[in-house]
Design a protein around this ligand. Structure first.
Ligand code: PLP
Length: 397
């Protein structure tokens, strides 16, 4: 007799990005030269002072459990950093240190949702949001953004019409994976007003807040005023800003009563984020600003090259990414959809891209290309892409 697996766990599907990566690894093992525009993580090394701080923490035996909310010195530093970003006072008792943004989102969704609740998830959306909500017994309700000249824009009227008596929360992500949008003050203000009107939690994923290009500005929705901050929980991390994806260091910023709950949940989830990494994170926040500036400038150069290269392909429309490190071009209907294109590019050209369908049905005619890849890889990838098109003709050969 087979042993049962929970229905929530069974409802969780695998990640498209991981699936594409595994297929690419198999091809690479058979000698195919892979160019990877799928991966969503910086290709930079962790800056030396942060590495040295982790090594010192190990040597100094800072290897014990710490408070489930995180080291006080780190929380104070994060609180200062968030106060500067939001232009209003954030206290250390509002911070809970977690294993990455995903760890933070997992705590937050479990803390604010009950089975039967609904959560507005704006599409195109980062894949895990749906699963995180489903795992609490709540229901994710996808609400497509509208498009204008290929740019995705938050449509508050659509959000309002998706609202029911069971709606409890809305998930925001700015800078936005996969669209590369950085939400404007108007868009954020309209969402904040809706959330206040319907008494919703705002779950704001700000993991790309440091990767914003000239002309755009990251605005945390919590900075729109004390009444918005009271219903906002931020999830973020050092993963993208300091190339520390594998180190797993993130945090929540929440109103104090909710932060206390998140700290208790963290205790029973992971006990605490790694003590070694927490010591290194103090140094990252204290000394890491120049690294972030250099990294942003390099992403900005790559963005210009990849967006120009994509827009030069007939039928492709790529809005200029404003933040994060993704280009999200629209492809012609005649190319058979994003999955067919992604499969074709992988098999014919060793090029990994993520099909837009992974981010919701409204983006089935888009592909996501991460430009967290070196400039030579971007240039070579664009040549391979151009040579592999048009898909229909090549597939019919
Ligand atoms: N949120 C978004 C929108 C992401 O794109 C990612 C990673 O790709 C994460 C969160 C995960 O970040 P972390 O490494 O901090 O868990």
């Amino acid at each position: 007799m087979s042993l049962p697996i929970s229905k929530f766990a069974q409802s969780v599907g695998g990640s498209t990005v991981v699936g594409m990566r595994r297929r690419a690894d198999v091809l690479a093992a058979s000698g195919v030269d892979i160019i990877d525009f799928g991966v969503g993580e910086p290709d930079f090394d962790v800056p030396s002072p942060i590495k040295e701080a982790a090594i010192s923490a190990i040597r100094d035996n800072r290897s014990h459990y710490v408070d489930p909310c995180g080291l006080l010195e780190l929380r104070e530093r994060i609180a200062q950093h968030e106060s500067d970003q939001q232009g209003q006072m954030v206290d250390a008792n509002q911070i809970v240190v977690s294993p990455g943004t995903l760890g933070a989102l997992s705590l937050i969704t479990r803390a604010v949702l009950n089975p039967g609740d609904e959560v507005l998830v704006i599409e195109p959306r980062w894949g895990p949001y749906r699963n995180l909500v489903t795992l609490t017994g709540a229901t994710p309700v996808g609400v497509p953004m509208r498009t204008q000249d290929g740019r995705f824009i938050v449509d508050v009227e659509r959000l309002a019409s998706a609202m029911t008596k069971r709606t409890r929360a809305i998930i925001l992500n700015s800078p936005w994976n996969p669209t590369g949008r950085v939400l404007s003050l108007e868009e954020l203000g309209a969402v904040a007003e809706l959330a206040e009107h319907h008494n919703l939690w705002i779950i704001s994923d700000e993991v790309y807040s440091k990767i914003v290009f000239s002309g755009a500005e990251h605005i945390s929705i919590a900075s729109l005023g004390a009444s918005v901050a009271k219903r906002t929980v931020i999830a973020t991390s050092l993963s993208k800003s300091f190339a520390m994806t594998g180190w797993r260091l993130g945090y929540c910023v929440a109103p104090p009563e909710l932060a206390a709950v998140l700290g208790r949940l963290n205790h029973y989830s992971t006990r605490c984020a790694s003590s070694i990494v927490q010591h290194a994170a103090i140094v990252a926040l204290r000394e890491g600003a120049p690294f972030i500036d250099d990294m942003r400038q390099e992403y900005s150069r790559r963005r210009d090259v990849i967006a120009a290269g994509l827009n030069a392909i007939e039928g492709v429309l790529c809005p200029i990414p404003e933040g994060a490190f993704y280009a999200f071009p629209q492809i012609p209907d005649s190319w058979g959809g994003s999955e067919a294109l992604a499969n074709h590019l992988l098999e014919e050209s060793g090029l990994v891209v993520t099909p837009g369908s992974a981010y919701g049905s409204s983006s089935h005619n888009h592909i996501r290309l991460s430009f967290a890849a070196s400039m030579p890889a971007i240039q070579e990838g664009l040549v391979r892409l151009q040579n592999a098109l048009p898909v229909q003709n090549n597939q019919n050969q």
